[in-house]
Design a protein around this ligand. Structure first.
Ligand code: GRF
Length: 198
């Protein structure tokens, strides 16, 4: 194991990027994982400022570039990407990119899929729907990515209890904590399996 090279991760993010920052900082001293770059489709995304602060390259692509495998694949190859991690990424991944990185594209979703997933179910929309429906439990799902939103094979779920009186904001903040606690470990476990196979 020790003589094996690090697994290279490229993160795709459209928003604040707190999960991207968490992965970057947790893996910073880990010789087995390297976060080489972040790609965003949103020039206003908070993740851009985080990358500047953390010294990680951040590529800003246009709406038409991100949906084109002809554009996306060479950039992923440029960073020798082994694993693509979607952390709050709101665009579909081109089919050819999904096939090329088959089994190596991972998403995190802020609900217990299949509940509260699918097209249009992202960010606060998820948490508002969960609270409005009177759910007593929610959680996070880390899953493989296929051609359909939030549909790929589930890798792991973690749940939490929704306390009486919680607002959607309360739930969002509890989910964010749960994500930061588990996402780096789940990705690392996957990377370790890949290193053993390579
Ligand atoms: C997270 O809740 C994640 O589950 C979802 O988008 C959110 C991203 O948050 N896919 P952040 O940008 O990492 O803070």
């Amino acid at each position: 194991m020790t003589d094996k090279r690090a697994i290279n991760i490229t993160i795709l993010a459209s928003g604040s990027g707190s999960n991207a920052e968490r992965l970057i900082t947790v893996y910073r001293d880990d010789p087995t994982i390297n976060v080489g770059a972040v790609i965003t489709n949103n020039k206003e995304a908070g993740v851009i400022e985080r990358c500047e602060r953390l010294g990680v390259p951040c590529r800003i692509l246009t709406a038409s570039e991100v949906i084109s495998a002809e554009f996306m694949n060479p950039i992923l190859r440029e960073y020798s990407t082994d694993v693509v991690v979607l952390a709050g990424y709101l665009k579909l991944i081109p089919n050819h990119t999904i096939r090329r990185w088959s089994g190596r594209i991972i998403n995190i979703h802020p609900s217990l899929l299949p509940k509260y997933g699918g097209r249009g179910m992202y960010g606060m929309r998820v948490h508002r729907a969960v609270i409005e429906n009177g759910e007593t439990v929610s959680g996070i799902t880390v899953h493989h990515v296929n051609e359909i939103y939030d549909d790929g094979q589930i890798i792991e779920q973690q749940s939490l209890t929704i306390e009486p009186g919680w607002t959607a904001d309360d739930l969002a903040s509890a989910i964010n904590k749960l994500e930061h606690e588990h996402f780096p470990r789940i990705i690392k476990e996957l990377c370790q399996k890949l290193r053993l196979q390579d």
